[in-house]
Ligand binder design. Structure first.
Ligand SMILES: Cc1ncc(COP(=O)(O)O)c(C=O)c1O
Length: 419
């Protein structure tokens, strides 16, 4: 058995089924001898943690930071425990705290919003664009109040947000920008890797991500002072080069471990050498094939998009063209042996946010969610896309044979034709 597929359909309705055998589709993670050797080398070295710069221990975390920063074309990279903590640490270092408001895309994993609550601030959810499925930058200014401190755009599936417009708005209103790049390893836009547009970019290396060590995260930035603060927050308030037991600011232990860093170094080589290129080429081919089917629309690339990390591949179907339901879509794809992922339920409807009112002594009254404000009518685009879309996992894009992509398109066309 390949596990249970759960699909969230509408409101609280969830369907679940056993995933059938995959037809030729790759599995994830892809581990080879180099990965085993990398993890073993940590055991052999006896250095099981990275230490701090003043008492340097294992080499892998420090080396990974340099290698990942180079891959992203960023000046600094700081490794942390996971992608959720990466957002929290970044917000803390940027001085976002009690009662501040942070504008967050509504179509993302819970972490993009819960990390804001983690620093005692208030997430304000922003509906998305119908073409890119990303934060609708034309709505941001209507959500800004005198308490707004930051914007967290999320590049869904690694597809770039309109970072130029978002940065213009941020500069005009003196707001920090933390790009949630949990899906964007390898995504390039207008000459830069994503994460280089805002004050910093945060990454996740959780098990399903295109660069993974099971868990892990990183923050990249190009500003020396901010990088120093981020490092300090992530390592118990320490400062580089200072006495190990001096703690200069509030921070905690968000350090990444040596085993994970060793595995990430080995996985990064494969991402660079072939996985990113293959995923991109296959995603472009699949997008072209699916967009030709009447009633099917894939995420569109903004002008200037050079490559897409392509963690997940979402597409929407038009119920006016075919009366097919989301449940039927998932069932038929499963019957055809094509792996799928559930789409993220929009954040405005999640119980954890609705129940947050009154918690932590924070004034949530100005939030655009909770009670009637969480009604789907207030988030029309994301609601419609969520109810009429399907998602493929990233590893499906590692197929070697174009026939496999043609097979997917044929099955999708058949479902739209009522077969
Ligand atoms: C968009 C987004 N942001 C943040 C995270 C959080 O990352 P992690 O699971 O490493 O905490 C995820 C994880 O799936 C994510 O998809």
């Amino acid at each position: 058995m390949l596990g249970i597929v759960q699909v969230h359909i509408n409101g609280d309705e969830i369907m679940a089924f056993e995933q059938d055998a995959r037809k030729n589709f790759p599995e994830w993670p892809q581990l080879d001898e180099d990965d085993y050797a990398a993890v073993k080398s940590v055991l052999d070295s006896g250095n099981l943690w990275c230490g701090a710069p003043a008492v340097h221990k294992g080499e892998n975390v420090w080396a990974f930071l340099e290698e990942f920063a180079e891959f992203c074309g960023a000046k600094h990279c700081i490794a942390v425990t996971n992608g959720t903590h990466a957002i929290e640490v970044a917000l803390m270092a940027l001085g976002v705290g009690l009662g501040d408001e942070v504008i967050v895309s509504d179509y993302t994993f819970v972490a993009s919003g819960s990390a804001v609550v983690g620093v005692n601030a208030v997430p304000i959810f922003c509906d998305i664009r119908p073409d890119t499925f990303n934060m609708d930058e034309s709505l941001i200014e209507s959500l800004i109040t005198d308490r707004t401190k930051a914007i967290v755009p999320v590049h869904l599936g690694g597809m770039p947000c309109d970072m130029e417009r978002i940065m213009e708005i941020a500069r005009e209103h003196d707001l920090a920008v933390v790009e949630d790049c949990a899906h964007s390893h390898g995504s390039r836009y207008k000459g830069k890797h994503l994460g280089n547009f805002g004050d910093c970019g945060t990454f996740s290396f959780q098990a399903s991500k295109v660069l993974t060590a099971g868990e892990g995260g990183a923050i990249m930035c190009n500003d020396d002072d901010l990088a120093e603060k981020i490092y300090s927050v992530s390592d118990c308030g320490r400062k580089k080069g200072e006495y190990f037991y001096d703690h200069f600011r509030y921070g905690s232990n968000y350090r990444l471990g040596e085993f994970q860093a060793a595995l990430l170094r080995s996985q990064l080589r494969k991402l660079k050498e072939w996985q990113n290129g293959l995923r991109n080429a296959n995603a472009d081919k699949l997008r072209t094939m699916l967009d030709e089917i009447d009633g099917i629309t894939c995420q569109s690339k903004l002008l200037g998009t050079e490559s897409v990390g392509q963690y997940v591949f979402p597409f929407k179907f038009d119920p006016a063209v075919s009366p097919v339901s989301k449940a039927l879509f998932y069932e038929k794809l499963n019957d055809a042996g094509i792996p799928t992922d559930d789409c993220y339920p929009p954040l405005h409807g999640l119980q954890c946010f609705k129940e947050m009112r009154g918690l932590k002594g924070i004034d949530y009254s100005k939030a655009n969610w909770g009670g009637k404000k969480s009604d789907d009518v207030n988030f029309p685009v994301v609601t419609s896309i969520f109810n009429h879309s399907v998602e493929f996992p990233q590893e499906l894009l590692l197929v070697r044979d174009e026939e496999d992509l043609a097979y997917i398109a044929k099955v999708v066309a058949g479902i739209m034709a009522g077969k």
